[in-house]
Design a protein around this ligand. Structure first.
Ligand SMILES: C[S@@+](CC[C@H](N)C(=O)[O-])C[C@H]1O[C@@H](n2cnc3c(N)ncnc32)[C@H](O)[C@@H]1O
Length: 242
């Protein structure tokens, strides 16, 4: 292990993984083999703070690796300190793709108090561009990531002007933002894309996803729900009639 990794303090993500392992010992054993398989990625991500589990990160990595969509663009909204970005970018680099990340680094700043009822537990999600860029640089992935700072609802479509996207990951925690970004992604989807939405157990996210599933029923080829603690995501595969 490099000295740089050894000197850093334990991250919240690492403690979260540790607590999960204590509660789910069989899952923890499975995780060890996954960590051995992806040990470089583990070293790059284990000290990056962020509420994304190792399993969810590997799920993102695998989805990018397995995507057959021709677009070279991978989209991420809600980057925080870059934990999910590194999982996406490591796979993007191997596949010759690029990650377009979007964050305003203000945390959960645009809360709808009646819908985003879980936000209070997480109001510390404020980060900054410098920390994000430093984490990507340390992971040797800066060359395949472009961060756009601002409200993703205003910055995403102007940035993705051509080429569409193959995979999009939404992790913005808020109802209004998730609802709007899903609509925007569908406006540029041509078919075969994969959209992953994190934090399915948040009432606002569950509502945005439920409404999206109903509105775009005819355009969604299939949906996979990963409702367990560790993955807590929903995956939409967009059909070719999109
Ligand atoms: C849960 S964190 C993302 C965690 C990250 N994916 C990780 O793996 O660590 C949610 C992020 O969404 C960002 N966010 C929320 N609303 C936003 C908006 N309208 N535009 C851009 N970023 C937003 C917040 O600043 C915060 O960094």
């Amino acid at each position: 292990m490099s000295k740089r990794y050894a000197k850093l303090p334990l991250s919240k993500s690492f403690l979260m993984e540790f607590n999960y392992g204590i509660k789910h010992p069989f899952e923890a054993v499975k995780k060890i083999s996954s960590v051995i398989k992806h040990r470089e990625l583990y070293l790059k991500t284990r000290l990056i703070q962020g509420p994304l589990s190792w399993d969810a990160g590997i799920m993102l990595h695998n989805i990018v690796m397995e995507s057959k969509h021709p677009s070279l663009n991978v989209i991420e909204a809600g980057s925080y300190q870059g934990r999910s970005t590194i999982f996406l970018a490591d796979a993007a680099k191997k596949k010759g793709k690029k990650v377009y990340s979007f964050d305003w680094f203000k945390g959960l700043d645009d809360v709808n108090p009646t819908i985003d009822t879980k936000y209070r537990q997480y109001n510390g999600l404020i980060s900054d561009k410098e920390k994000f860029e430093r984490n990507l640089k340390n992971a040797n992935l800066s060359d395949v990531v472009e961060i756009t700072v601002g409200d993703a609802r205003k910055t995403l479509l102007p940035k993705i002007t051509s080429g569409g996207f193959s995979v999009a990951f939404l992790d913005v925690d808020l109802y209004d933002v998730t609802q709007e970004l899903l609509k925007q992604l569908m406006s540029i989807a041509t078919g075969g894309e994969v959209i992953i939405v994190h934090d399915l157990d948040w009432p606002g996210i569950e509502k945005a996803v439920r409404e999206f599933s109903l509105s775009y029923k005819s355009k969604i080829e299939h949906t996979i729900t990963k409702a367990d603690d560790s993955l807590n995501s929903i995956i939409f595969k967009i059909g070719h009639s999109a």
